[in-house]
Design a protein around this ligand. Structure first.
Ligand code: C2E
Ligand code: CA
Ligand code: CA
Ligand code: CA
Length: 275
């Protein structure tokens, strides 16, 4: 009926207003946290599967608010994108991550996630390079992770940014490969350095034939295209064994290490280097 329709609209608009109020509260808390230096970066090791040697670390943003508690990174990253201050957040995070990476052995690399808003912004490569310059980190030690979905909104701009970044020696990894709106055309049209196979396939690899075949196919394809492959979300020894057997060289996951504080990375590196 008409009346029910109207009351439903009232409920929706109240929900939307409530949602908006919550987002604005979160935005203010996040802006305060950035200024107070309360947003941290944690690091998860990326290893060579054959011997567990650490090759680099992926930087993962962390924010624990006194009142709101732990806010998941995809939540606050998306918020910063929507509210137009992802540049500021990225600068703070990359600056911190680069400062930590400078303390690692020189052959270890830093992997950093680029957000979708940065793949439509023509200033992205310049600002990333400026941050690296100020931090003193060699661009060749930086790898940027981007998702296929993030490239969708403006593929030409994304392509331009990727090309500019690679021209200064920064490597590009295609994150969450095999999920979302993935298309093999992307691998043909863009030039990447690496592909990260999503945890969704890795976690099923020992239980599920299709997942094994998909990983096999990705590995064969990437080998032909000279792309390195990282398997994400390895939690079990059996998964690692299977991946090694299939010819995957690099991996990441709780089996090798959860994301840790910057101050703990040196200890992990030292322990990893012991014969
Ligand atoms: P992602 O880039 O795919 O990162 C991998 C996520 O999987 C991380 O979650 C990591 O903690 C988790 N993970 C790693 N190994 C395992 C495992 O063995 N098992 C399980 N169950 N999970 C594992 P996290 O830190 O919550 O990050 C979630 C997402 O938030 C990231 O997904 C990334 O898209 C985004 N994100 C995090 N930090 C940043 C950042 O600094 N900038 C941007 N733009 N995005 C970020
Ligand atoms: Ca990632
Ligand atoms: Ca991923
Ligand atoms: Ca993901």
């Amino acid at each position: 009926s008409k009346r029910r329709g109207r009351s439903q609209i009232t409920v929706y608009s109240q929900e939307i207003a409530e949602e908006f109020r919550r987002a604005t509260e979160l935005e203010q808390a996040l802006r305060r946290a950035i200024i107070a230096d309360d947003v941290a970066v944690h690091f998860q090791p990326i290893v060579r599967l054959a011997d567990g040697q650490i090759m680099g670390f992926e930087a993962l943003a962390r924010w624990h608010d006194a009142e709101l508690g732990f806010v998941p990174p995809n939540v606050f990253i998306t918020l910063a994108e929507e509210r137009g201050f992802i540049d500021l957040l990225t600068e703070v995070l990359l600056k911190k991550a680069a400062a930590t990476a400078l303390r690692w052995p020189e052959d270890m690399y830093l992997s950093f996630n680029l957000s979708s808003a940065q793949l439509v912004d023509p200033m992205t490569s310049l600002s990333i390079l400026a941050i690296l310059n100020r931090a003193g980190l060699d661009p060749r030690r930086l790898e940027l992770e981007i998702t296929e979905t993030a490239m969708m909104s403006d593929p030409d701009m994304a392509q331009k940014i990727v090309t500019e970044l690679r021209a200064v020696g920064i490597k590009i990894a295609l994150d969450d490969f095999g999920t979302g709106q993935s298309s093999l055309g992307r691998l043909r049209d863009f030039t990447f350095d690496k592909v990260k196979i999503d945890r969704a396939f890795v976690s099923e690899i020992t239980r599920d034939r299709p997942s094994e075949h998909i990983i096999k196919a990705i590995l064969a394809m990437c080998e032909g295209m000279d792309l390195a492959v990282i398997a994400e979300g390895i939690e079990e020894v059996e998964q690692a064994a299977k991946l090694i057997q299939l010819g995957c060289r690099l991996g990441q996951g709780y089996l090798y290490g959860k994301p840790i504080k910057a101050s703990d990375t040196l200890r992990l590196i030292a322990a990893n280097a012991r014969p």
